[in-house]
Design a protein around this ligand. Structure first.
Ligand code: AHR
Length: 531
């Protein structure tokens, strides 16, 4: 009797699960976009990258040296440059991260053979050769077509050291430092678009209280001057350097509040144009202990639930900023974010090496969508990190290179750079995993700089396809085509032996009576141009 009861309960539960699954598959989703009320411009800087001296992110990943058998231009590997060019990388944040809080720029200039060997105590305690320094960073930027985002050392450096570095990089006057730069191969001043006023000074950058940081930050904002004539004066316009103060720490708002409060009552001699937010996706909290592959639908859902905290972090940080800056003069820069997993088995734990799966691709799309929806305040973001570290675009192993699923999302999203947001609503039932309930479909739309309409749609559901009707008010649709990224499992990934296991394929929407419908497979991302 007891067993019969248990059997009936189990059968009923299975039937309910099947009904839910079928309902999930069948329940149509509606996306409504309204072209008559354009939203804010989506800054291309939202698609920024972060390259820290950490593990093999720089050494091996970008820098192989001029004498390497790996094809390179002036020591920078050409396969990685080629791949990054396709992403239209807007800026690269460098040299850290926590490494930046220890970085002394003089170690990384001048003849390679004379550069000192130092240590990288934060990341594996390994030798830092300083072979990649200021000149090599700007060479990388010019090879990939990106702008500079220099994160200066407020933790263990001095105001004078930072001021000297910026004079060295940006002065066109015949000062001793500018002449030294010329002697090192670059007579023209460099352009530094973004200056990071420190890094995580609540933690690895000196464990400063928010009020203490604010006092330090004001000195650096005042004295780290950019002398490049193209970046100064009324004619500079958007070329003018933007200073980004340290802000939000994964849910802790103290720095954002203190920085914005100080900015509100600032005097003429200092200013900032941005404040940062750092927020990683760490399933089940710190320290990151979940493996980056070999998981199933439960961990998939937990990870997505963790990543969606970004929406509340951005909303809350923006809310604080709105109180002091209702005109949104100061930008929110999410200058470190991404999925942080346990290190790959057998790797140096200080190198933060992890695999990158279809789940990471979905995480990338959801976060980029959040930033775009908040484009009025979020005007910059840097995924951590560009090569071989955390949620990387590219993995390398000696001469071999692999593009990750996250890379493909960044490539598919290029049309959104500097596009104008089109307000959009999604009407969909949630997808449910145990006690976790998540949005089943997420989408953004925008008009690119040429006026073309683009839509990006993510089906987060790992088991059910989504049938989506896209109602675009003010448009009679003729065609919709682009690319689709999906994979056979939530943890599908590209390896050096199977580098194309996850890659985008051409995709067309269905158009009937000038209306657009999409059939998206489970765990997929589509980016389409709508004509
Ligand atoms: O991206 C890795 C590390 O994460 C950075 O060095 C630090 O700023 C953050 O805590």
């Amino acid at each position: 009797m007891k067993f019969e009861f248990a059997r009936r309960i189990a059968a009923a539960a299975a039937a309910a699960a099947m009904a839910t699954s079928q309902a999930g598959a069948a329940a149509p989703v509606t996306i409504s976009a309204d072209l008559s009320h354009p939203g804010p411009k989506i800054s291309r800087q939202i698609f920024g990258q972060f390259a820290e001296h950490l593990g093999t992110g720089i050494y091996g990943g970008i820098w192989v040296g001029r004498d390497s058998p790996i094809p390179n231009v002036r020591g920078i590997r050409s396969d990685v440059v080629g791949a990054l060019r396709a992403l239209h990388v807007p800026n690269v944040r460098w040299p850290g991260g926590c490494f930046g809080d220890n970085y002394h720029w003089r170690d990384g200039i001048g003849p390679q053979a004379k550069r000192p060997a130092t240590l990288n105590p934060d990341w594996g305690g390994v030798i830092e050769t300083n072979a990649f320094g200021t000149e090599e960073y700007f060479d990388l930027l010019s090879q990939i077509g990106a702008e500079a985002f220099i994160s200066e050392n407020i933790g263990s450096g001095t105001v004078k050291e930072a001021a000297d570095w910026f004079e060295y990089m940006t002065s066109d006057q015949p000062t001793t430092l500018a002449k030294e730069r010329a002697a090192n191969g670059h007579p023209e001043p460099y352009k530094v678009k973004y200056l990071g006023l420190g890094n995580e000074n609540w933690g690895c950058g000196g464990a400063m209280s928010a009020d203490h940081y604010v006092e330090e930050m004001k000195l650096y904002a005042r004295y780290t001057r950019n002398y490049n004539p193209a970046q100064n004066g009324d004619h500079a316009g958007d070329n003018a350097m933007k200073r980004i103060a340290v802000g939000w720490d994964s849910g802790d708002s103290d720095y954002t509040e203190a920085v914005m409060k100080a900015w509100k009552s600032k005097v003429w001699s200092w200013d900032i144009e941005g404040v940062s937010l750092h927020g990683y996706t760490v399933e089940e909290g710190w320290p990151p202990h979940k493996p980056s592959i070999g998981f199933g639908n439960v961990d998939y859902a937990k990870n997505l639930q963790a990543t969606l905290k970004m929406e509340s972090w951005v909303t809350r940080a923006s809310g604080i900023m709105d109180r002091y800056d209702p005109d949104k003069k100061v930008a929110l820069f999410v200058d470190e974010w991404g999925d942080w997993w346990a290190p790959n088995p057998g790797s140096n734990p200080g190198f933060l090496q992890q695999q990158n799966t279809m789940l990471d691709a979905i995480v990338a799309s959801l976060n980029l969508n959040i930033f775009m929806r908040h484009a009025d305040r979020v005007r910059g973001a840097n995924i951590a990190q560009m090569v071989n570290v955390l949620q990387a675009m590219i993995l390398i192993d000696g001469p071999r290179m692999v593009l990750t699923p996250t890379y493909h999302v960044y490539r598919m999203y290029v049309p959104f750079q500097d596009a104008t947001l089109v307000p959009l609503k999604v009407d969909a039932s949630p997808y449910v995993e145990g006690d976790i309930s998540l949005p089943r479909v997420d989408a953004v739309a925008a008009r690119d700089t040429a006026g073309r309409l683009w839509i990006a749609v993510t089906n987060t559901d790992p088991t059910n396809p989504a049938t989506i009707r896209a109602a675009i008010e003010g448009k009679s649709v003729a065609a919709a085509y682009g690319e689709l990224l999906t994979a056979s499992a939530v943890d599908s990934h590209n390896s050096f032996d199977h580098p194309e296991a996850v890659k985008p394929v051409p995709y067309r929407g269905r158009v009937s009576n000038h209306e657009l419908s999409l059939d998206l497979p489970p765990r997929s991302i589509a980016v389409l141009q709508v004509q």
